[in-house]
Ligand binder design. Structure first.
Ligand SMILES: [Ca+2]
Ligand SMILES: [Ca+2]
Length: 162
């Protein structure tokens, strides 16, 4: 076998593996969204859970009573549809220090279409997982992320909160 034919074979195998992965990943994600559309993560424990309401999701994620809601991402515009909430230990400060973050939005990656922050927090949306570029301006709230910068609808895969 020549080097080139091996490379072609490997490329073909990779394509099949990627296609299979996409199919496998898409089915459970859709099922999970239908069953429990509200999800939450506590920054202290990094524990995430989903439920039938935002309150239930927070409870199942073990969000501490002292924690505060920093940001909620919504699948729909105008703060509608499935949501993902991120809880922090205390109110954010007036400055931008990048105090908290979620490096991988998981099933909510590339879904957020509107976002609302609370307790003096603002949010950076990052296109890749594990932060990095490109990322959005600091956002306090946006009813339609398509209007932020060059468009952030269905794009965020990780978030920074300050
Ligand atoms: Ca969306
Ligand atoms: Ca992305």
């Amino acid at each position: 076998m020549t080097v080139k034919s091996l490379a072609v074979r490997l490329a073909a195998m990779t394509t099949i593996a990627v296609a299979g992965g996409l199919i496998a990943a898409a089915v459970p994600a859709a099922a999970a969204t239908e069953a429990a559309p509200y999800c939450a993560t506590d920054v202290q424990t990094h524990k995430s859970a989903c439920g039938d309401s935002e309150a239930q999701a927070a409870q199942l994620a073990g969000v501490a009573k002292a924690s505060v809601l920093a940001v909620t991402l919504y699948d729909g515009i105008n703060y509608s549809g499935a949501s993902y909430s991120f809880y922090v230990t205390k109110d954010c400060t007036a400055g931008y220090e990048g105090e908290y973050g979620n490096p991988n939005l998981g099933a909510f990656s590339n879904k957020a279409s509107s976002v609302h922050t609370y307790h003096h927090c603002d949010v950076h949306l990052h296109d890749p997982i594990n932060y990095g570029t490109p990322y959005s301006v600091w956002i306090d709230q946006s009813a339609n992320l398509a209007n932020i910068g060059n468009g952030w609808n269905d794009r965020a895969s990780s978030i920074g909160v300050s």
